[in-house]
Design a protein around this ligand. Structure first.
Ligand code: ATP
Length: 241
């Protein structure tokens, strides 16, 4: 469904952040990307979702294909209507809007008020737990609740590919458990997912395939079991799990 083929990315005032990176996500697959800070994971997601220009970066080599078509010159907005939705690092909800209004912003490309209302009630039922009032101001929710609303908002676009940047970031253990349960439920619906995650336990619990990035390129590709049995990488990324 998505492939990055030999992609190099340079920031305007910085060094090359990706160096000939290749990875793919097949339809129905959950792929996790691990790696140390600065490895280029967020840059890789920006390349996959058309957001590089917003950060003064561009693809200098290689190609990014979504459903067989190059998306290198496409806008992030047109990629949302094509079926890529993302949950950005740090949640990025509209803090002054209600939960329901936040969810509705995720369906801006969906025609019809009645259809959007239906989507809100589906997402509230399936993703956002009953203890979150849809009329609550999003900024007043806990970090974990905000993360669930952010996931719900991305699902409002009924994406073909859901992209998540560090959904565990800054969450307390209880909130993390809840986010993990919700993501598992989303995976069980057959959603195709590309997940960048520092929390290797969470990543490996969800993913069928894992990439490890270092210095802008892929240094490992395999199943969670293969990563666990690769002793040097396991020691680096799975310590304590
Ligand atoms: P982290 O886990 O810390 O977010 P990461 O693996 O996501 O790290 P990136 O954020 O993609 O890594 O960063 C990769 C490289 O690109 C780093 O050297 C970083 O300094 C550089 N970089 C990232 N964003 C920018 C930017 N807006 N302008 C210039 N350089 C950037």
């Amino acid at each position: 469904m998505l492939s990055l083929d030999g992609v190099s990315v340079a920031y305007r005032h910085g060094a090359t952040a990706l160096q000939g990176l290749s990875l793919r996500v097949d339809s129905g697959e959950v792929v996790a990307v691990l790696g140390p800070n600065g490895a280029g994971k967020t840059t890789m997601l920006r390349a996959a979702t058309g957001l590089l220009p917003l950060y003064g970066a561009r693809i200098t080599r290689g190609d990014v294909l979504f459903r067989g078509r190059s998306i290198v010159r496409r806008s992030a907005k047109s990629l949302v209507s094509d079926g890529i939705a993302q949950v950005m690092e740090g949640r990025r909800l509209f803090k002054d809007l209600t939960v329901e209004e936040n969810l509705l912003t995720g369906a801006a490309t969906t025609a019809g008020r009645a259809r959007r209302r239906q989507l809100v009630s589906d997402v509230m039922r399936e993703i956002v737990p009953g203890d979150i009032d849809p009329q609550r101001i999003a900024g007043l929710l806990s970090g974990g609740q905000q993360q669930l609303v952010a996931i719900g908002r991305a699902l409002m676009a009924q994406p073909a590919l859901l992209v998540l940047d560090e959904p565990s970031l800054g969450l307390a253990p209880v909130a993390l458990t809840r986010v993990r349960e919700v993501l598992k439920r989303v995976v069980d619906t057959g959603m195709t997912m590309l997940l960048v995650e520092q929390d290797a336990a969470l990543a490996l619990a969800l993913a069928q395939r894992v990439y490890v990035m270092q210095a802008g390129t892929v240094v490992f590709e395999g199943t969670p079991d293969e990563l666990r049995s690769s002793s040097d990488l396991a020691a680096l990324y799975l310590g304590g799990h």
